[in-house]
Design a binder for this molecule. Structure first.
Ligand code: ADP
Length: 258
């Protein structure tokens, strides 16, 4: 099991971690960054040292979701990750001014991700969680060339059109030889706060079925809740792991993953 693996330097980049896990999705807006952050918090809650690297260079949402801002310090050419609630964070959103348009060419994306991994003082980590950009395999390919990843998690929502994109994400990770550790169904069911009745707004169980078809483990589902959205908007995603409805769901995900 993961926690029995040694913390050792990975590849040629000097990152020292027990496990490196990429969280991806076929498309944006399915809750990939939310799941990546909550997974990081859940692993940390279990006692692990966790880093969270936002590799979504075009649309970095980790700083917003975690309520962190300000440029990371650079000491002797080493980037110092921001510490939030005990997690170590790095994101392009901390470097570029909010609202600023950045034009990235492929090689620059490669450079940014390489720097985040190689030039950041992560220290020894149990887990580095990487929030991947949605869709294309560009960054996944770069990562797979830089270090041996433990694997990836694909986040999707239950409706058929979203699942089609998730299938592509699984195929993409497989193509760059990053093992798929499992699929997560997010926004699966909504418990009406007034009546307690559960509504499957986007359907339910689609991801589990697709995971079976693709021969990928199903890690669990996360309901749509007003609290997850509110806490994300308020930069208090750590509270998701304090909430009695949502915390156990993410703890179960983390447990199924490692
Ligand atoms: P992505 O990284 O896939 O683009 P985000 O994690 O940024 O998606 O989430 C998009 C929006 O959906 C955010 O406002 C987030 O708070 C919200 N969200 C994500 N998951 C849930 C959920 N399970 N319940 C309610 N809101 C959610």
């Amino acid at each position: 099991r993961e926690h029995q693996r040694k913390i050792e330097p990975l590849g040629q980049i000097g990152l020292t971690a027990r496990s490196v896990i990429a969280v991806g999705s076929g498309k944006g807006g399915v809750g990939k960054s939310t799941v990546a952050s909550c997974l990081a918090y859940a692993l940390q809650k279990s006692g692990a040292k966790v880093g969270l690297m936002d590799a979504d260079i075009y649309g970095p949402s980790i700083p917003h979701l975690l309520g962190v801002s300000g440029r990371p310090e650079v000491i002797e050419k080493r980037i110092q990750p921001k510490e939030v609630d005990g997690l170590k964070i790095i994101s392009m959103g901390l470097i570029v001014e909010p609202g600023e348009a950045v034009i990235w060419r492929g090689p620059m994306l490669h450079g940014a991700v390489t720097q985040f991994l190689r030039d950041t003082d992560w220290g020894p980590l149990d887990y580095l969680i990487i929030d991947m950009p949605p869709g294309t395999g560009d960054i996944a390919l770069t990562l797979s060339q830089l270090l041996p990843l433990t694997g990836s998690v694909v986040v999707c929502t239950p409706q058929e059109v979203a699942l089609l994109d998730a299938i592509k994400a699984v195929a993409m990770f497989r193509k760059v030889k990053i093992p798929v550790l499992g699929m997560v169904e997010n926004m699966s069911g909504f418990v009406c706060p007034d009546t307690g009745k559960e509504w499957d707004i986007f359907g339910r169980g689609g991801a589990q079925k697709k995971a079976q078809e693709l021969d990928v483990p199903f890690l669990g589902d996360i309901p749509i809740t007003i609290s997850i959205r509110e806490q994300g908007d308020a930069g208090k995603t750590s509270d998701v792991l304090q909430n009695e409805v949502t915390a156990p769901r993410f703890e179960k995900l983390a447990h199924n993953l490692v």
